[in-house]
Write a new protein. Structure first.
Length: 196
């Protein structure tokens, strides 16, 4: 996320304004931010996000769950906030009624970029943790070829399951184990570390 806010407005004003924009913007705490990743993501970022989308979509085919990538807004139900996660899964029937945003994800994946890493791990994750339906939050570092999976346990605490030394990641919220090789297929590390 761009560290410099573009402008302040209400959620209603944001939604009307966003429909007219050529690029995507996220809305957080009353402030609109331009999303760098939407206006020129690195090859490694796009490739990792595409791989994950494909793995999740293939696994969930024929189920009530839907997998979304990049263009679908996510609005935490109790928040006046709108994000564009890289990939997310919802299995909740209530999300079928909304054509422009979803509110009840089970799994969210963010692929880190130099401009978004701090926010993805900080403020955005704090907002995501307030979503009652969310069971797993996955942070993918295509530069290091690493995955940090945060899973909500039975007591409501978020537990980190890093990929350090692992060959696969278990997405228990949807019953899928995916190899790191599949997640990072065709990803060349280092492509996200410098700006043009």
């Amino acid at each position: 996320m761009n560290a410099f806010p573009q402008q302040t407005m209400t959620a209603e004003e944001y939604l009307a304004w966003e429909e007219q924009q050529p690029t995507k913007h996220e809305f957080y705490q009353g402030i609109v931010y331009e999303v760098y990743a939407m206006t020129g993501a690195r090859d490694a970022h796009v490739t990792a996000a595409g791989n994950i989308f494909m793995l999740l979509k293939s696994h969930l085919r024929g189920t009530p769950c839907r997998t979304y990538i990049a263009d679908m807004k996510l609005k935490p139900a109790e928040e006046e906030t709108y994000f564009y996660p890289d990939v997310f899964v919802t299995c909740d029937e209530r999300d079928r009624a909304s054509a422009y945003h979803k509110s009840f994800p089970k799994l969210i994946v963010e692929v880190l970029s130099p401009s978004t890493a701090d926010f993805d791990r900080g403020g955005k994750f704090a907002a995501y943790r307030k979503i009652p339906s969310l069971q797993e939050y996955v942070v993918v570092d295509a530069n290091r070829l690493a995955v940090d999976l945060f899973r909500k346990d039975d007591s409501g605490h978020w537990v980190l399951w890093p990929s350090d030394g692992l060959e696969a990641i278990e997405f228990s919220s949807i019953g899928l184990t995916a190899s790191l090789a599949d997640i990072f297929e065709d990803v060349e590390p280092g492509q996200t570390s410098t700006l043009p």
